[in-house]
Design a protein around this ligand. Structure first.
Ligand code: 1GP
Length: 230
C-alpha cells in the first residue's frame, strides 16, 4: 500500500451536491491541506463528481473519492475511501453494499488506491446517521468499535463522524488511546482554528467540510492551525 495516511493531518471534504466557485475551489486546493475528499450523502451524482474531479485535477493536491453510491464511482481519483458503518443496525451498510461492489468491480480494483474506513456516526441528526439506520452508541460502545476496527477488522482508518456537530474531545481522546495501527480520523462541526487544533490534539487527521460553504476564510485558516502543530 502506498498511501500516505501517516502524513495526512488535515483534509477538506467537498460535497458534490453543493456549488463552489472556481476561486474558492482553487483556494481549497492550494491551501496546504493534505488531500481533498469528494463525498456527500444526498444527491451525489456521477456528473457532479466528475465536475469536481476535473476542477480539482488542475492542482497537484491528492484527490480522494469517498464512495457514497455505486452510480457515482469513477476512475481518476488518487484514492478511494470505502466506508463500513460500524454502528449501523443493518448489515447492508457494514458489509452488503461493499460485497456487491466487490462482485461487480473486483477485477478493476487497485488495492493500492483503496482505503477502507470503519465509520462510527455520532450525530443523530446527520443525514448519514438516518440513511444508514445507525443506533447511537454510548462512549464504551464507541471505544469498543475502535478496538474492533483495529483488532478484528484491521482497518487502516477509524472515522469518528460527527458530521454537522462538534464532537466530544474527551471521547476522541479515549478512542485514540485504543488505536496503535489504525489511524483516527475526526470529522464534524469544526468551525474555527481552535476546534481544528483541539481535535487534532487527539485525532491523527481532522476533516473540515461544511465550513468551506459557510465561511471560506475560517476554513482556510484551519489548515495552518493544524499544520503548525507538526
Ligand atoms: C463530514 O466529517 C465530515 O463527513 C466533516 O463534517 O461537514 O460538519 O465539517 P462537517
Amino acid at each position: 500500500m502506498n498511501y500516505s495516511l501517516d502524513n495526512w493531518n488535515h483534509l477538506f471534504k467537498l460535497d458534490p451536491a453543493k456549488e463552489i466557485s472556481d476561486e474558492d475551489l482553487d483556494a481549497i486546493c492550494e491551501s496546504g491541506t493534505d488531500a481533498v475528499i469528494v463525498g456527500g450523502t444526498d444527491d451525489v451524482t456521477l456528473d457532479d463528481v466528475l465536475d469536481l474531479l476535473s476542477r480539482i485535477r488542475r492542482h497537484t493536491v491528492p484527490c480522494i473519492l469517498e464512495i457514497s453510491n455505486m452510480e457515482s464511482i469513477t476512475p481518476g481519483f488518487d484514492y478511494y475511501f470505502i466506508p463500513m458503518v460500524m454502528n449501523s443496525t443493518e448489515k447492508e451498510w457494514m458489509m452488503d453494499i461493499q460485497h456487491q461492489a466487490i462482485k461487480e468491480y473486483r477485477d478493476s480494483m487497485n488495492w493500492d488506491e483503496i482505503i477502507v474506513e470503519g465509520y462510527c456516526i455520532l450525530n443523530e441528526e446527520a443525514k448519514a446517521f438516518k440513511q444508514t439506520k445507525c443506533s447511537m452508541p454510548d462512549d464504551d460502545d464507541v471505544v469498543a468499535y475502535a478496538y474492533m476496527a483495529e483488532h478484528i477488522f484491521q482497518l487502516p482508518i477509524f472515522y469518528m463522524e460527527y458530521s454537522g456537530t462538534y464532537g466530544h474531545t474527551e471521547l476522541v481522546r479515549q478512542v485514540k488511546e485504543q488505536l496503535h495501527n489504525t489511524k483516527l480520523v475526526y470529522g464534524g462541526g469544526i468551525e474555527n482554528n481552535f476546534q481544528a487544533r483541539e481535535m487534532k490534539e487527539h485525532a491523527d487527521t481532522v476533516v473540515v467540510g461544511d465550513l468551506i460553504y459557510t465561511d471560506m476564510n475560517k476554513a482556510l485558516k484551519t489548515v495552518k492551525a493544524v499544520q503548525e502543530m507538526q
